[in-house]
Design a protein around this ligand. Structure first.
Ligand code: NAD
Length: 253
């Protein structure tokens, strides 16, 4: 039980990587608070965990809203008395080169992917600072360190999350709080299945992704969940401010 007695908030845990992480964290002994905009899917994740004997609570939360983020932290404290882990996983994608991005779409991507991390962390940090411990995992992407065609707003948002992670680590290390970033490559979640299904030839698109990765394989949500588990647990006590790649070797491809 690598997270025994720990309390973890995971944003965007109604789907994909967040959902897989919630299941894994609960199976390793954590009480998991599932924060998502999508009530049906968020509640379903929580119900599946409790049905298998784990501890979970679903909280409807738009991570971009300050009041919602504060309520998420307060509800977690009311239910479980502490917050040990915050996994800032919620995010949205966008396809388009810079000149193709509408200002509203630009703002939406930056708002969810960057402001969402800021708001949720700002709501949770006072509790972690008081307990002088905690692990924050911010969801960046391998795209933050690569040039990928037609992903201008998304790349900018994930680069900002990586930089923010380093700034946060410096500020909160004196409080015993670790802050790391996850940089997944292409992971087969609803997020990715959606845009692949809209491509002219989805199977060819998948084959091309496989060719770009040293693993020759497609990433699964569980691959990222296991990396998040390591960063959440005390096993990673000496890992601070790190960009943690989970990309099947994509950045070397
Ligand atoms: P997903 O679409 O399957 O799940 C995202 C979840 O976030 C959904 O349940 C959605 O309802 C929730 N969400 C969206 N906006 C929200 C908001 N404002 N407040 C609360 N919840 C919100 O996505 P996924 O593929 O599991 O991706 C999760 C994270 O991983 C994202 O930040 C994404 O950018 C990042 N990522 C994904 C990949 C990949 O290939 N799938 C690669 C690198 C990084």
């Amino acid at each position: 039980m690598r997270l025994r007695d720990k309390v973890a908030i995971i944003t965007g845990a109604g789907s994909g990587i967040g959902r897989s992480s919630a299941m894994l964290f609960a199976s390793e002994g954590a009480a998991v608070v599932i924060a998502d905009l999508d009530q049906a899917r968020g509640q379903q994740t929580a119900d599946e965990i409790t049905a298998s004997g784990g501890k979970a609570l679903y909280v409807t939360c738009d991570v971009t809203e300050q009041e919602a983020a504060k309520a998420l932290a307060a509800e977690t404290i009311a239910a479980y008395g502490r917050i040990d882990v915050l996994f800032n996983n919620a995010g949205i994608s966008h396809v388009g080169a810079l000149h193709e991005v509408e200002p509203e779409a630009w703002d939406r991507v930056i708002r969810v992917n960057v402001r969402g991390v800021y708001m949720t962390a700002a709501a949770v940090l006072p509790y972690m600072m008081e307990s002088r411990s905690g692990s924050i995992i911010n969801m960046s992407s391998s795209i933050a360190e690569m040039g990928v065609s037609a992903r201008a707003a998304y790349t900018a948002s994930k680069g900002a999350v990586l930089s923010l992670t380093k700034a946060m680590q410096v500020d909160y290390a004196p409080y015993g709080i670790r802050v790391n970033a996850l940089l997944p490559g292409t992971i087969m979640t609803p997020f990715v299945e959606g845009y692949l299904s809209r491509s002219a030839d989805p199977e060819a698109a998948k084959a091309s992704i496989k060719r770009r990765q040293l693993s020759g394989d497609l990433g699964r949500p569980e691959d990222v969940a296991h990396a998040a588990l390591f960063l959440a647990s005390d096993e990673s006590r000496f890992v601070m401010g790190s960009p943690f790649y989970v990309d099947g070797g994509l950045v070397f491809g």
